[in-house]
Design a protein around this ligand. Structure first.
Ligand SMILES: O=C[C@H](O)[C@H](O)[C@H](O)COP(=O)(O)O
Length: 270
């Protein structure tokens, strides 16, 4: 793997960030997390060229990349792009920006995908799906020649699953409690929880409902108290369970990881 460290000031500066970035020459300027996400997202778009089929990821970091693609298309600096969105939300965003969109049925090979991640380990393995979009993301990212992951430095971990945060698994709604129990039993000291969202009823009362993915499925979040061990074993074991559609462990898929941190941008290639 090769590493490149760029200083933030060497980035092409997005207009709306001119104040934040140009003042970087002054010591002690602290960029917030969203500004770092934007820097990573914009940097990835430098790898997009006219005529490409581009996988459009989902989440607060990928959103910046999609915005930037739309901006460059408006300016005529990118032409003939076709976007393959990984969620209904990204589809809406792309359409609102005037990016032509299609799907994997029409384009089974994607030139380049840009997407965020929840965790990135030193081998460029990922946890994705805390926004609930892991299945479409995995389908698209399996089909792309290059997969650029964009993150701020808070996403870097030494080992996936140790953060104490959720490892999402998409399951069919049918007998989800049964599947959740079986998932929990796969690992020592693991807690499986159905992901829910709070809704407001007409009478103003709050109600908790299962989170439903774009594919009509539920998400079971796994919380590990102990190391999940060999990632390939975890990957295969979870996938083998009937009722599981897919999970958020993305092994050996990223070809580039762009990390925006307080000291600069790191680009890591496979
Ligand atoms: O389901 C969501 C996706 O996998 C996101 O790419 C991931 O959760 C990272 O999102 P964000 O950039 O908002 O942290």
């Amino acid at each position: 793997m090769a590493f490149t460290l760029l200083h933030l000031t060497s980035l092409e500066q997005p207009s709306s960030m001119e104040v934040g970035l140009s003042s970087l020459s002054t010591p002690h300027v602290i960029l917030n997390q969203d500004e770092l996400k934007k820097i990573a997202g914009y940097k990835a778009v430098e790898f997009v060229t006219s005529g490409m089929i581009v996988g459009l990821g989902t989440g607060s970091t990928a959103k910046h990349a999609v915005d930037r693609i739309g901006e460059l298309m408006r300016q005529g600096r990118l032409k003939n792009i076709v976007g393959i969105p990984t969620s209904k939300k990204t589809l809406e965003q792309a359409v609102s920006l005037g990016i032509p969109v299609s799907d994997l049925d029409s384009y089974s090979v994607v030139d380049l995908a840009i997407d965020g991640a929840d965790e990135v380990d030193p081998y460029m393995n990922l946890v994705k799906g805390r926004g609930g979009c892991l299945l479409r993301e995995k389908m698209m990212e399996c089909a792309c020649k290059k997969f650029i992951v964009v993150v701020d430095e808070s996403k870097l971990v030494t080992h996936l699953g140790r953060s104490g945060l959720a490892m999402p698994v998409e399951v069919v709604p049918f007998c989800w409690k049964f599947t959740a129990k079986r998932l929990q039993d796969l690992f020592e000291d693991c807690v499986a929880k159905l992901r829910t969202v709070v809704c407001y009823c007409q009478d103003g009362n709050k109600m908790e409902q299962p989170f439903v993915t774009d594919n009509g499925n539920y998400i079971i979040d796994l919380y590990f108290k102990k190391d999940i061990g060999d990632l390939n074993v975890a990957n295969n074991t979870i996938l083998k369970l009937a009722g599981v559609v897919d999970h958020g462990i993305f092994l050996d898929m990223a070809t580039t990881v762009i990390v925006a941190g307080k000291l600069g941008v790191t680009i890591k290639n496979k």
